[in-house]
Design a protein around this ligand. Structure first.
Ligand code: FES
Length: 102
């Protein structure tokens, strides 16, 4: 069973295969999602789960504090989709251009 992931306010849409984390699937398909440790520790990959459900087979990740989880945030490096997902990753939005030269 695979699920589709859509990144809000972008044209990015990709499939996540069975047993794959959202980050693994994104990187496999060359989707430029932000990430750091890849192990649920740094919090760099955190984004908002706008719709759908994500699960953590290895338990709640260290970098996901209760208030973040309660606010609907998720860590995509260790999260597996349990449904189709719509995610908000502000760094991938059209208005976010950190590398723009002056
Ligand atoms: S990449 Fe570090 S917590 Fe996800």
């Amino acid at each position: 069973m695979s699920y589709s992931v859509t990144i809000l306010n972008t044209d990015w849409r990709f499939e996540v295969s069975e047993g794959e984390t959202v980050l693994q699937a994104a990187l496999r398909q060359e989707i430029p999602v932000p990430w750091g440790c890849g192990g649920g520790v740094c919090g760099v990959c955190m984004g908002q789960i706008v719709s759908g459900e994500m699960v953590y087979p290895d338990g709640e990740p260290l970098a996901l504090f209760e208030e973040d989880a309660d606010a609907g945030k998720g860590l995509f490096c260790v999260g597996l989709p349990a449904s189709d997902l719509v995610l908000d990753v502000p760094e991938m939005g059209a208005d976010w251009e950190p590398w723009e030269e002056e």
